[in-house]
Write a protein that binds this ligand. Structure first.
Ligand code: SF4
Ligand code: SF4
Length: 417
C-alpha cells in the first residue's frame, strides 16, 4: 500500500528541458565588477564555518568566472563549493562595489546544470516540494507512516537528507489541506486581496494561513487563494533551474492578471523576495506584516496584553523586517532579538535538505542564544526558518513556540469577529 501511494505521489518525471536564461558573457560582466577586496568574507556564514576561500563569496565569484570563461569544467569539487552557498546574500548587502552576488550564484548553478542537465533526483525533489497538491498527499503518506510507527525507524535510514525529510514531515498537518478558494468577509467592504500561500508553507503553516484569513476577512477584505496558484519559483531558481522558476512565475502572473484583487499578499519573506524581484504583475506585492502596518491605525482592532517574551529572528530574505513594529503593538510583550543578525539560520530554502550537515552546524550557532534568551516564543516570518527553528527547539528540549508575527498579532485580538 505504501509503495503504491508513493508512486501516486511522485508521479511521472516532468522531463521539461531546462536551460539557463543567463549567458556566460552576462555572468562575466557582473562577476568582473568584483575587485576581490574581501570585505564580504567576515559576513559569509559558510566561510566562517569552513574557513576556506573557495567557500567564500570572493572565492565562489572566481570559480564562476573561470567556469564562464571555459577555464574550468564542472567537477564534484567545483559543484560542492557552489552548492554550499546558502544564497543568503549577506555578502551582497556589504559589498562596496554593489556586486549582485545573488544573480551570480544562481547563474553559476544554472550554467553547471545546462552543461550536465543537473541532478535528476534533486530536480524531482524540488518539483515535489514546489507542488502543494503533491505535498498535501505527502502529508497523508507521512501520517500513514506515523500511524504504522515507521517514522520512529527514521534513524536507521542511511541518507541524512532522507532522515531530515522524515523529521520535517512531522510539521505537516494531519490532513493535507490547500485552503484554496474565495473567503468572504462578514463585513464586506468590496475590497479583495489575493493571498500567496506558497508551496511548503501551504502545508506547514496552516495555522498562520487560517489566522491570516480570519484577520483579513475581519478587516473587511474578501480573500482569494487561487486553485492554480503555484510555488514562487525560488526553490528552482536558487538551485540553477531558472526556466522552471519562470514557468511557475508565469502561472502565478496569470492568476494575478485574471483576478480583480487590489493586492497580492505574501506570508513568507522568501516568497516575497522572489515575487518582488521576478513576478511581472500590475498588482502591488506586500507581505502581510507590512500590509497591516500600512493600514490606518484606527482600522486595526485593539490587542490584549501578553506577559511573555519573544525572540525575533530576521530571515536573510527580509531586507526590511518589520516584525518588531507589529509586535510592539501588543501591550506587555517583551521583545528581544539575536545579537548576530545577518547570519543565516541554515534553513535557506532547500539547503536544509541538500546540505544537511552544514545546515545543522549553522543552526547550532543559534542554540546558545536561544537558550540564554529564555523566550517563550520564537518569531520568524519565513517558512524555512520556522522549520529549522522548530527542529532545533525540539532537539534542545525547550518549551518554546515558533510563530509568525501575524499569528501572534491575530491571537491577541481583543474580540473575535
Ligand atoms: S563581492 Fe564585493 S565585497 Fe566581496 S570581494 Fe568582491 S568586491 Fe569585495
Ligand atoms: S550568499 Fe551567503 S553563503 Fe553565499 S557567499 Fe554570500 S554570504 Fe556566503
Amino acid at each position: 500500500m505504501i509503495v503504491s501511494r508513493l508512486t501516486a505521489i511522485i508521479g511521472p518525471d516532468s522531463s521539461i528541458p531546462t536551460h539557463p536564461t543567463v549567458t556566460p558573457e552576462q555572468l562575466l560582466k557582473e562577476a568582473d565588477r568584483c575587485v576581490k577586496c574581501g570585505l564580504c568574507l567576515p559576513h559569509c556564514p559558510t566561510y566562517l564555518v569552513l574557513e576556506n576561500e573557495a567557500d567564500s563569496p570572493r572565492g565562489r565569484i572566481s570559480l564562476i568566472q573561470a567556469l564562464a570563461r571555459g577555464e574550468l569544467r564542472k567537477d564534484p569539487s567545483l559543484e560542492n563549493h557552489l552548492s554550499r552557498c546558502l544564497s543568503c546574500r549577506a555578502c551582497e548587502s556589504v559589498c562596496p562595489s554593489g556586486v549582485r552576488y545573488g544573480e551570480l550564484i544562481d547563474g553559476g548553478r544554472a550554467l553547471i546544470n545546462k552543461e550536465h542537465h543537473g541532478s535528476p533526483l534533486w530536480r524531482r525533489l524540488f518539483d515535489q516540494l514546489s507542488d502543494r497538491n503533491r505535498l498535501a498527499r505527502w502529508s497523508s503518506l507521512h501520517n500513514l507512516l506515523r500511524r504504522l510507527g515507521l517514522t520512529r525507524l527514521a534513524s536507521l535510514v542511511p541518507s541524512e537528507t532522507l532522515r531530515r525529510l522524515i523529521a520535517f514531515g512531522r510539521y505537516l498537518p494531519s490532513k493535507g489541506n490547500t485552503l484554496v478558494g474565495l473567503h468572504a468577509s462578514k463585513q464586506p467592504t468590496g475590497r479583495l486581496v489575493q493571498l500567496f500561500t506558497g508551496c511548503v508553507g501551504s502545508q506547514t503553516e496552516q495555522t498562520l494561513i487560517m489566522q491570516a484569513l480570519s484577520l483579513l476577512t475581519r478587516l473587511g477584505y474578501a480573500v482569494e487563494i487561487p486553485q492554480s496558484q503555484v510555488c514562487c519559483g525560488a526553490l528552482h531558481r536558487h538551485n540553477g533551474y531558472p526556466d522552471d522558476a519562470d514557468r511557475l512565475l508565469e502561472e502565478n502572473r496569470r492568476q494575478t492578471e485574471i483576478s480583480r484583487a487590489d493586492c497580492l499578499i505574501t506570508l513568507a519573506t522568501a516568497c516575497q523576495l522572489e515575487l518582488d524581484e521576478h513576478l511581472k504583475t500590475k498588482l502591488p506585492i506586500k507581505d502581510l506584516t507590512a500590509f497591516l502596518l500600512d493600514l490606518p491605525e484606527e482600522t486595526l482592532p485593539r490587542l490584549l496584553p501578553l506577559k511573555k517574551k519573544v525572540i525575533v529572528h530576521s530571515p536573510c530574505s527580509s531586507h526590511n523586517d518589520r516584525s518588531q513594529d507589529l509586535l510592539q503593538r501588543i501591550p506587555s510583550l517583551e521583545i528581544t532579538n539575536f545579537p548576530e543578525e545577518g547570519i543565516c539560520c541554515g534553513a535557506a530554502g532547500s539547503y536544509l535538505l541538500t546540505q544537511p550537515k552544514l545546515s545543522a552546524a549553522l543552526g547550532e550557532w543559534k542554540t546558545a542564544y536561544l537558550r540564554a534568551s529564555q523566550a517563550d516564543i520564537l518569531i520568524t516570518s519565513n517558512t524555512g526558518c520556522a522549520l529549522q527553528f522548530r527542529q532545533l527547539i525540539r532537539q534542545m528540549d525547550l518549551e518554546m513556540e515558533v510563530m509568525h508575527p501575524v499569528e501572534l498579532f491575530a491571537q491577541q485580538l481583543e474580540t473575535r469577529a
